[in-house]
Write a protein that binds this ligand. Structure first.
Ligand code: ATP
Length: 429
């Protein structure tokens, strides 16, 4: 193991309750298969003997409960075996959640409290393994036939859609270790920035919209309701970040708070939530396998996510370049608009930019290289309360001819003429 540069086939024998931690090399993919025994990647079982292809830079672990032999083909950045993992404590949490789901399912659907399955929220500092734990809990639940809803509130490194969004999607099958979260019908709200500090108020409003929408879906769907949800959050846990965590816990009515690797955060949450008696706050150990990522790596990861949206994980999608007239599209941004002049306000009033005001934007070269969301809104004043259909990427603005060129996942007309801009840019490389 170690800083291996193995470029030929190698076999690794894993003892029970141990894992093989792998960082795929930067330039070439890695092939891997399960030769014998049983093993899983973040909660999803590996099929026996079938070669799986892992793209460059992917970081993951192959864990075995009872022992396994793994075969690898290709260069890795690192690969090593670890026999100390928090997996037993994670699967114990799963068992408790599973019991609660069964009890919810057995209750009368008319009893909205007892028919509600667990609403789990995973919190902790950056690089504590929140996304990974969320994924395991979802895959283990799906394996048992539940359809839990995955909610991702992480606008920086979310795993449902592009950065700058909060989103939710039902998980009906264990999550594919390569493809990730299935993208069939995600419910997506566009915030437009990679950090909540750009517009904290807007972030809260969108979290509320998303929670309200899921609440309505649960009302009509006893199976989803009993399966409950797993909510992934941002790694920002200080100051405003902490307030936003509390806001999310309360808005989604979370009843299980899993705190990864931070004693202080755990005791603070226990303290404030003790007056809300039906909330369990549980501290869990961070896995030693979680890979830390600095600001530059995170920025790169955001860029890859946007690329993946348009081109697919392995260049398997072909986006279309489209041209529209300025007059065909209506671009809006939310908040931060020009403040009302002091002279227009009553005496003594301070001018304040309404953080949730929807402001029309003139199409000009400032839009170049921006990623815009296509809103489902039918009227501009519905933009904040509407989810989005998808995204476009502005590749050219021709001021003279008043034409805008953009990349979209497919050809043809956009589902709506209302577009939302934020500060999300992308440089296609
Ligand atoms: P963020 O700060 O972005 O919210 P996070 O707390 O959600 O991060 P993860 O995304 O779960 O952290 O993990 C960070 C990286 O470490 C991911 O690339 C993940 O695949 C990898 N990772 C997590 N657990 C392991 C493990 N046991 N072995 C190898 N890699 C792992």
């Amino acid at each position: 193991g170690g800083s291996g540069s193995a470029s030929t086939i190698k076999q690794v024998k894993l003892e029970r309750e141990s894992e093989l931690r792998i960082e795929v090399g930067n330039d070439a993919p890695l092939r891997l298969r399960l030769l014998n025994g049983t093993a899983e990647i973040f909660g999803t079982e590996l099929p026996p003997e079938i070669w799986l292809n892992f793209p460059p830079r992917l970081k993951f672990a192959v864990f075995t409960w009872y022992g396994a032999t793994i075969e690898m083909d290709g260069a890795t950045e690192t690969d090593y075996t670890a026999d100390e993992t928090p997996m037993v404590s994670y699967v114990n949490v799963h068992a408790v959640l599973d019991g609660r789901r069964s009890r919810a399912k057995a209750s009368s659907p008319d009893d909205s409290v007892s028919s509600q399955g667990p609403r789990v929220i995973v919190v902790g500092p950056t690089d504590s393994g929140k996304s990974t734990l969320s994924r395991m809990l979802l895959s283990w639940a799906a394996k048992q036939g539940w359809k839990p809803t995955f909610v991702d509130l992480d606008i920086g490194q979310g795993s449902i859609t592009i950065p700058g969004c909060i989103a939710a999607t039902p998980i009906e099958m264990p999550i594919d270790p390569v493809e990730g979260i299935p993208l069939e019908m995600p419910l997506v709200y566009f915030y437009g920035h990679a950090t909540p500090s750009n517009n904290v108020e807007l972030y809260k409003v969108l979290v509320k919209e998303l929670a309200g929408m899921i609440e309505r879906q649960f009302t009509g769907n006893a199976e989803s309701r009993a399966s409950g949800m797993v909510i992934n959050t941002m790694g920002w846990i200080e100051g405003v970040g902490y307030d936003l965590l509390l806001h999310a816990i309360r808005t989604f009515k979370a009843n299980v708070v899993l705190v990864l690797g931070q004693e202080k955060l755990c005791s603070m949450l226990k303290d404030v939530l003790k007056s809300e008696p039906k909330v369990d706050v549980v501290k869990l150990q961070r896995s030693g396998g979680v890979v830390s990522r600095n600001a530059k790596v995170r920025q790169k990861a955001r860029s890859y996510r946007i690329r993946e949206y348009f081109y697919g994980l392995s260049n398997d999608l072909s986006p279309h370049s489209n041209i529209a007239n300025f007059s065909d599209l209506f671009v809006y941004r939310v908040g931060g608009g020009p403040q009302a002049p002091r002279s227009a306000l009553p005496i003594g009033a301070e001018p304040a930019a309404d953080p949730t005001r929807v402001v029309p934007v003139n199409i000009n070269r400032d839009l170049l290289h921006l990623v815009l969301a296509v809103s489902f809104a039918k009227e501009p004043d519905e933009i904040i309360s509407s989810n989005v259909a998808g995204f476009i990427y502005v590749t050219d603005i021709d001021i003279q001819r008043k034409k805008i060129t953009y990349l979209a996942p497919s050809a043809g007309e956009l589902p709506s003429k209302y577009l939302i801009m934020g500060s999300l840019t992308w440089l296609e490389t």
